[in-house]
Design a protein around this ligand. Structure first.
Ligand code: SF4
Length: 241
């Protein structure tokens, strides 16, 4: 585990919801725009009080009873404040065995949202019974710098459609219309009830696309029959974790 803290969700369809974030180490991708330090660490950072921004270090590996105790403590300190638990990374599905062990009890405390790059369908299948929300990426080659893993995304989305799920596309300068069309077609085919979120890259603390460019992308996706939202990274503007 890398971090346990309380904040407000800054992306996707649960934007604005207060969540407890459990962040795990490691990732199976290498996106050009990645700004997340997901390297495994001998210690993890745990917020002292929910929302305080003050952290203590716990040695890894962390045992589940410690995590459960901390979350229960926060839920008692701030009754009703938290909407759900966000599993994030890195790529949390790299920790399938651990999550199979942890999720039944974690989900007894709060509904669970998985944030994932959408490339490990087998791991997802084993955890679906304990997931309430799945926020998956479709990784566009124009932004990541590596080919889009369409086959993995296809299989993943087919499974994620069994839950409340949405698909995030990180878009920016160079995003091709053909990429948007292929992603929208996949959503229509595999998860027609899912919303597609266009998330513009943040470059130098600013949105990397103009309003006109974003609206043109929205028009392409909406025209293919997909429910679409344009949502920036709100937590950055709010200065939150
Ligand atoms: S999937 Fe996410 S964590 Fe992994 S390299 Fe890409 S942006 Fe970074």
């Amino acid at each position: 585990m890398l971090e346990l803290f309380s904040s407000v969700q800054g992306e996707g369809l649960l934007i604005g919801c207060r969540q407890i974030f459990l962040r795990l180490a490691g990732c199976n991708l290498c996106c050009a725009y990645c700004d997340t330090d997901f390297a495994p660490s001998a210690h993890c950072r745990v917020e002292q009080q929910p929302g305080s921004g003050q952290f203590v270090l716990w040695p890894n590996p962390v045992a589940l009873p410690m995590v459960l105790g901390q979350i229960r403590d926060w839920l008692q300190q701030a009754p009703g404040a938290h909407h759900s638990l966000a599993l994030t990374g890195g790529e949390p599905l790299l920790h399938g065995a651990l999550l199979r062990d942890w999720l039944p009890q974690l989900r007894g405390l709060l509904p669970v949202q998985l944030e994932t790059n959408g490339t490990l369908p087998q791991a997802l299948a084993e955890l679906l019974p304990w997931l309430d929300f799945v926020a998956m990426d479709i990784k566009l080659a124009s932004q990541t710098g590596v080919p889009t893993p369409w086959a993995a995304h296809d299989e993943f989305l087919r499974l994620a459609a069994q839950r409340c799920c949405w698909v995030k596309l990180v878009v920016g300068p160079g995003t091709a219309t053909t990429e948007l069309e292929q992603a929208a077609a996949l959503v229509v085919q595999r998860a027609p009830a899912a919303t597609l979120v266009l998330q513009p890259r943040t470059l130098d603390h600013r949105c990397s696309l103009s309003a006109a460019e974003l609206l043109a992308m929205q028009t392409v996706v909406a025209g293919l029959g997909v429910e679409v939202r344009v949502i920036g990274q709100m937590h950055r503007y709010l200065g939150m974790l």
